[in-house]
Design a protein around this ligand. Sequence first.
Ligand code: ADP
Ligand code: MG
Length: 298
Amino acid sequence: MIRCDNLVKIYKTADLEVVALQGLDLTVEAGELTAIIGNSGSGKSTLLNMLGGLDRPSAGRLFVDGKDMLKFTERELARYKKETVGFVWQNRARNLIPYLTAKENVEIPMLLTGRRKPLRALELLEAVGMSHRRNHRLEQLSGGEQQRVAIAIALANRPKLLLADEPTGSVDTKTAALILELFNRLNREMGLTIVIVTHDPQLAKKVSRVVAIRDGRTSSELIRRASYAERLAELERETAAGDADSHEEYAVMDQAGRIQLPASYLEAIGLKGKRRVKLQLEDERIVLASPERSDESK
Ligand code: ADP
Ligand code: MG
């Protein structure tokens, strides 16, 4: 469903350039639910905006649903936004109109959708567990309920890809968990491909695949053991301790073989701030060491 190769996004303002994505690689299969985590400023929203067609990449390759997004004309882009993706934002004001009822909030954007037959407002409210509240005005609903309505709206054009930028950013932990459960259910029941951005690593663990972004690049992936057991059988050779965690962490390697090493690992072996690292191939392992240390041991 999604393939980003070496994706670059540079924001140019009057006097400076910000490289928000610096060669990001990411592949998402159709029907997958992926969470993206990363610190503030790491490029999560930038990535989601590229995927949603709200902004264009500066360089690299980006395919969504088999289409080359760098080659889109304005018209194709408008159509893509209308027919292929659904978007849920953290800021509820961007999703919803407070003085209209839940049902009206879902109906209005549906009037604007493309040729594909939209789902009925009530079905949508049902799908997100809000049909009993259909006649309540948005301002009468809790934050979590409003976010459910926003999700119903995002589903109205039957998107293939649902994107949510910090959809749980302004609700409490318990509500956030419920909303994540809803995404899990929509993914299972509708086979929808979903990408959710969150800054909360604990919350992200409710999702089977978590991709971590650092400085505009994918740095590592956490993959839940149970549901990916088969797919990763060959990767899961005798992993020692740390079984309490339901996810296993993998570093992400780009096509040129580059990986980002976690800062804590670098510190642990005294590599922090060094420009060179000793690389050795040992049996079937690649060993990284501080140059001095490995010289000493000779
Ligand atoms: P995140 O969502 O992970 O917090 P963003 O994608 O919003 O990160 O931002 C990544 C970087 O790009 C940040 O340094 C941010 O300041 C910068 N940035 C984002 N949007 C713009 C913009 N429209 N103009 C200039 N810089 C931007
Ligand atoms: Mg953001």
